[in-house]
Design a protein around this ligand. Structure first.
Ligand code: FES
Length: 146
């Protein structure tokens, strides 16, 4: 079987679907090649991710990745959320097929994009976000290669 049971389970029964009104941070990222889009909403209090919701217009692996990623950062600090890699998301799903690894990249990037929005709105600095430009071509190429 190509997909793990966990991928199938999170795809069929995704956690934290929806949006947060008046979210503290909202991020949207897409993959130019497949056209899938992921939107992430964060409620942050005292540096902790109190709530997180997502909307993903994309493939099953992207939905499973977003679901797992939200579970992994809920209740965690901003720093811990920053440290969540796409590999950790894929591992938590018991793996993704190589051609589907970029779906987990979207989840990592959606969280970082939402944190960037939060940092801008609150005029604070979050270590590790300064190097990321979600809109530039370079990044789109990076995603395409994955
Ligand atoms: Fe592109 Fe899954 S195929 S996000």
């Amino acid at each position: 079987m190509m997909y793990s049971e966990k991928v199938m389970e999170h795809f069929q029964n995704p956690r934290n679907v929806g949006e947060i009104l008046n979210a503290d941070g909202v991020g949207e990222v897409g993959n130019a090649k497949c056209g899938d889009i992921m939107k992430m909403y964060l409620k942050i209090e005292d540096g902790v991710i109190e709530d997180v919701k997502f909307k993903t217009f994309g493939c099953g692996s992207a939905i499973a990745s977003s679901s797992m990623a939200t579970e992994l950062i809920k209740g965690k600090t901003i720093e811990e959320a920053m440290n969540l890699t796409n590999k950790a998301v894929a591992e938590a799903l018991d793996g993704l097929p190589p051609v589907k690894m970029h779906c987990s990249v979207l989840a990592e990037q959606a969280i970082k994009s939402a944190l960037l929005d939060y940092s801008k709105k609150n005029n604070i600095h979050i270590d590790g976000l300064e190097d990321i430009n979600f809109d530039d071509d370079h990044h789109a190429h990076e995603l395409e290669e994955l």
